[in-house]
Design a protein around this ligand. Structure first.
Ligand code: SF4
Length: 296
């Protein structure tokens, strides 16, 4: 049986950068706080924990005195920076530059009094940060049905959380366009008074993986998808893999592997999310080889 780790999977450059920033600080000071999990992968958190990284919540900020606090790749609302300054906390800002750019673009439209709509998950850290750049006024939706919540008599701009799926983003855009048309019943969309923009801010590191993951999933009898259960990007990519190959299984670590998945199988592929470390996928590869070896 041949087991292959997907060469196009694993950390995106934004996550690599965040971890490098954290490790650099840990080498110097041996202690660092991360505001929220640095990454949606419990095993990588454990590894960095051994180097001195400790996860804290916003409520814990009040009591931090002995080390710096890292802002992770998802970013934070402006309120967090203000509060840290007030408390005299030194921040290390590892917000992914892609996310920073989205925050800036949202801010520009907010200043021009547009209705800001974000396609995303309202409890996701990145979305909380984005909404913070509109003083809490942005409307977060995650489906076409929720377009009914919007006030389409206002100038409106649609953005996306960086890890959402493109098909739904464009379906939401089309729904907004057709509702505006229906509401005003005048000519084409372009001719109407309402200004509507759709800004596809889905990260290329995520969307570019769809196609390659589909090919990789189809080319293996069984696909093991490795990600943290809290990883938003992991859930999206897992569904994509399963669409192509029904024998796709989601695992967080090697303990979740089931020997019967590998019966009468010639090829197994291992893939992961943008937050899945390479070392973990290699470890899962060894475990699968061990399972098959023991059975033989
Ligand atoms: S997926 Fe994109 S936006 Fe998110 S951390 Fe990676 S590079 Fe940055």
């Amino acid at each position: 049986m041949k087991v292959t780790v997907d060469p196009n999977s694993g950390f995106c450059w934004g996550v690599v950068r965040t971890i490098e920033i954290a490790e650099q600080e840990l080498r110097e000071s041996k202690k660092l706080y991360s505001l929220g999990d640095i990454i949606h992968n419990p095993l990588e958190i454990e590894r960095l924990g051994e180097e001195g990284l400790k996860t804290i919540s916003h409520a814990d900020l009040e009591n931090i005195k002995d080390a710096k606090v890292l802002i992770r790749a998802h970013g934070e609302p402006p309120e967090t920076y203000r509060r840290a300054k007030e408390l005299g906390i030194e921040l290390i800002d590892a917000t992914c530059p892609v996310v920073t750019k989205v925050q800036e673009r949202i801010r520009k439209f907010y200043d021009k009094e547009y209705q800001i709509v974000i396609f995303g998950k309202k409890d996701h850290a990145e979305v909380i940060g984005l909404v913070g750049h509109t003083n809490g006024t942005a409307i977060v939706i995650k489906s076409v049905e929720e377009v009914s919540k919007l006030d389409l008599t206002r100038n409106t701009v649609l953005f996306s959380q960086t890890t959402m799926d493109k098909a739904t983003f464009y379906a939401i855009r089309d729904e907004i366009r057709s509702k505006i048309k229906a509401e005003f019943e005048v000519g084409t969309f372009e001719e109407m008074a309402i200004d509507f923009h759709a800004k596809d801010t889905i990260c290329g590191q995520v969307s570019g993986r769809d196609k390659k993951l589909r090919e990789f999933s189809r080319s293996n009898d069984v696909l093991i998808f490795v990600a943290g259960k809290k990883s938003s990007n992991g859930k999206v990519l897992f569904e994509i893999a399963r669409e192509e190959n029904p024998r796709t299984y989601f695992v967080e670590d090697e303990n979740e592997l089931q020997p019967e998945w590998f019966e009468n199988v010639e090829t197994v592929g291992i893939s992961g999310a943008t937050s899945t470390p390479q070392w973990l996928m290699e470890r899962i590869k060894s475990s699968i080889e061990e399972i098959v070896h023991v059975r033989a």
